[in-house]
Every structure is written in C-alpha cells, then in structure tokens.
Write a protein that binds this ligand. Sequence first.
Ligand code: SF4
Ligand code: SF4
Length: 302
Amino acid sequence: MLFNVQRWSLHDGPGIRTTLFFKGCPLRCRWCSNPESWSFDSQLLFFRQRCSGCGACVEACPQGASQIVDGRAVLDRSRCTGCGQCVAACSSTAREVVGLDLPVADILRLLRRDAVFYRSSGGGVTFSGGEPFAQPGLLGQITEGCAVAGIPMAVETSGFFDLDDVHAILDEIDTIHVDLKHTDDAVHRRLTGVSNRLIIDNINRLDTMGRRLTLRIPLVHGLTDDASNIDGIIRLCRRLQHLAGIELLAYHPLGAGKYAGLDLPYDSSQAAPAPEAMQRMIHRMRDHHLNASWVGDLGERQ
Ligand code: SF4
Ligand code: SF4
C-alpha cells in the first residue's frame, strides 16, 4: 500500500521524478513529518477544527465510529477501519483517508506516462516512505516493471531492512539514499524505537557490495546535532569506499497538522539547528574530505 504519489518531484534524486511513498514503517522517529506513513493500513485523518457538526459522517459510517458530542464529531479510532465512507459525506473536508491500494499495473502505467520527462531530465522514479523495503512484494513487482520499461530507480530508505531478502530488488535500483539518525545505539533506540545496528550493518554491507550511496542525516536541535553524533558519522563515512555524499536535512514542523489529524501527540518544542551550526557541521565534514551538503525544506542545496 502507498500513501502518496508525487509527480514532478525535483528533490528525491536527479532530474524530474515521480515519488512513490510506501505506507508502513518500523521506526517511530520523534520528528517524523509523515506520521501517516507509520501504519501499514489505511487510516482516517480527521481535522476536528473544520467540523461543522452536520452529522453526515455519523450516518455514513458502517462501524458506528463517529458520533456528535457538543456540536462536533468525535471519532472512536478503536472502531474506525479507515474505509473512507465518511469522507465523501463530509462537505467540510474535515476527513481524509490515507492509504492507496493501487494495482501495480496502474502504478506502472502512471510511471510510463511520465517516462518522456525522466528521459529528458535524467530523472526517474523514487521509492520513499514509510519504508519501501518493508513491502518487498509490492516493491519487487514495481521494480520489475520499471526495469522492463527502462525507468531509472532510486530509493530512500531508513536502512532498517533485511538485506538478504531484497538483494534482487536492490540490483535493479540505481540510486540509494539511506537515513542515519544517530550513531549511538542507545540514543538511536530512544529517538526512533529501534536499534541502529542493522542500519549501520546494511550501510557497511552495501558499501562492501560496491554500491554508491548517499547518507541522509536528519538534524533536530538537541536530539541529533550533538558533536558526538557528528563525529560518529564522520568516522563511519571515512571508512566507506563508495560514499556518494552526505545530506544534512534540517528539521521542519510541516507535519504538525497531520499529528492532530491522527490524534497523535506532537512535540512542538522541536527545532532545527541554527543555520550557522549547520554550516559548521558541513565544514567539519568537508575538512575530512566528505562531500557534505545541506538540503533545505524546499530541497535546495547549500
Ligand atoms: S473511515 Fe470508515 S470506519 Fe472510519 S469513521 Fe469513516 S466511515 Fe467510519
Ligand atoms: S460530516 Fe464532516 S462536518 Fe459533518 S459532522 Fe462529520 S466531520 Fe463534521
């Protein structure tokens, strides 16, 4: 299952791209801007502040998951199956379903339609998420179809996957971006809910296999921008033989509204490091002959 298809993307690899966002992720990064990507199932986003209290969703819901309390709809998530029947009923656009169960043939048709733009710009398709490798069946079918159609492929992964299970898929993919959040395992567990050992192991194995990869580091002030993390990343990267580059991604709060829509708590105290601090990190990495750049909210590089 996907949760978004973004055409004309310029920031998820070279050229003009179509980015397929896979739904479902084994990590729970505290700063995640796509909390709707966590669950592997379709989900209802409910924007309570837009609700007029008309009650149409109560009528439409086969599960009895919505009711009106004090003039506004209240959603019982334990009953909601994410079927989306209430979405069309809501004239206030207070409801939206995330989760696209598109047939592979339809996805490939969409990609083939844009192939002319990929060719003229050096672009292609990017598999993002969520964690694309967490759905090897779907990803494998799409990569097979793209290989036949000659569509270049890139992946953006958390690195948290069983490499032995996805070798054949990886062989088809041209460009690999792996996220690394923190080099200290205990800190990584605290910030993301999982150990970093598999991720670092996969980075090293991909490098040993001769795969060029770009490491992406999300930077959140006070969480991932400490000197020991930057030192750890430099040490790791200096050992890699085929590193294409390091991209520093500054935290942005653009996902805040989606937390509210999913009834999830959001930590509004999080912030990006100061621009001068980001520049210092980049210079430190470049001092070690690492190809580091800072990718802004809009995908611009510095
Ligand atoms: S998504 Fe389906 S189950 Fe959930 S509230 Fe809407 S109609 Fe009910
Ligand atoms: S249909 Fe939309 S506006 Fe009407 S009560 Fe339900 S959520 Fe609110």
